[in-house]
Design a protein around this ligand. Sequence first.
Ligand SMILES: *Cc1c(COP(=O)(O)O)cnc(C)c1O
Length: 463
Amino acid sequence: MNKWEELDKKYIWHPFTQMKGWVENPQLVIDHGEGVKLYDTDGREYLDAISSLWVNIHGHNRKEINDAIIAQLGKIEHSTLLGLINEPSAELAERLVQVTPEGINKVFYVDDGATAVEAALKIAFQYWQYKGKPEKQTFINLGDSYHGDTIGAVSVGNVAVFHKAYSPLLFKTHRVSCPSYYHTTLPVKNEKEFVDTLLKELEDYLKEHADTTAAMIIEPLCQCAAGMLMQPKGYIRGIRDLTKKYNVLLIVDEVAVGFGRTGLLWACDHEGVKPDMMCLSKGISAGYLPLGATMVTDEIYNAFLGEPTEYKTFYHGHSYTGNNLCCAAGLASLDIFQKDHVIENLPPKMEVIRQHFATLNAMEFVGDARQCGMLGGIELMADKAGKVPFDAALQMGGGICQNARKYGLIIRNIGDVIVFMPPLCSTVDEIDAMLSRLEQSMEEIFAEVRSKDIKSFSDPCTF
Ligand SMILES: *Cc1c(COP(=O)(O)O)cnc(C)c1O
């Protein structure tokens, strides 16, 4: 064990990590990165197939972004947005408004995804008080939604493993069925019928309760943290139409799916959805620095305008709101999107993923390998025809991901769903290598499943 592993195990409490297993097992210490590669302190090389937990876009140690941050450091590291303006936050706001869906015209900066959601919920709640409808107070959320780990975000989330301990602390929401066809328990024959059923369920609720509903919040196209649950075509369009019809705000959480992950810059773009609010983070600084944004329409922003003594101010902010370095990184990232034609270059990359996923879907213990652009989820099943999951004690997902390190691949599971989310800059060859390494690891673990009486693949660190 090297010095850093010792220090870490002595002092650090890791996120989403069972620390008992963590301290008992050998762990990697990352020393540096270059492009889609990570290097540990022993000099071993790994491909980063999860974009350093869904944030990296243009690769590690990217010169243009490094230079932008260094240039900004030469001027100033941070100045507050409470009472002052700074250059990079002003420029980034303009650029974000230019690239987000029509109607989204104002930027409220926050620190991360959870705070982007917190701010959106508070804005929606307060907005109706200024519109003379203070009774509009509740929120509609999706089954299996994840919006971050602060209490407001957890209230509109409901991934049982993460959230059930806090249930007495949370405000109540109305939850509609999870829009994942593979997982539905509704008696529907096809995806079209599934969408119609979901939208009817929503409309039935809105007919009765729109008067007391402030907003609906969704993760569009793919609910990532729930286990890469993908939504059928026409679903988000239908949600937008219904929320508009019944005068309920639509908050779109693009924290995970935004900045190109779905193959277009925004998930909303696939169905021409114009939300009332958009939550952004993760990819916003290309994986460099923590930054988030809650973006809103003029209609919402204008509702908060008034004299100081009307007390219509949005009383919310964070110490590092609009931080100069973070915004400089965000600007440099948007420049790369343009200069490298990042979105235009995605189709051949998505095609390699499609081909590998066809192979994966043919594997014995793969229940469903699903893809949405550059996002992928590989769900393991003990019996794929019967959709019978593996015994959780086996730790199949964790076992495969842990085993993949031996082949030079960093990838992570959510239970028995393996998440594939490569940086957008990954080349076709790099994506091919990532998925080939994953398949190797899977074959090896599957062979053990077939041949032996295995109790656990022992990745005791995840959940
Ligand atoms: C990661 C995530 C969040 C929370 O973002 P943090 O920066 O981790 O607080 C919120 N919503 C979605 C959809 C996410 O994937």
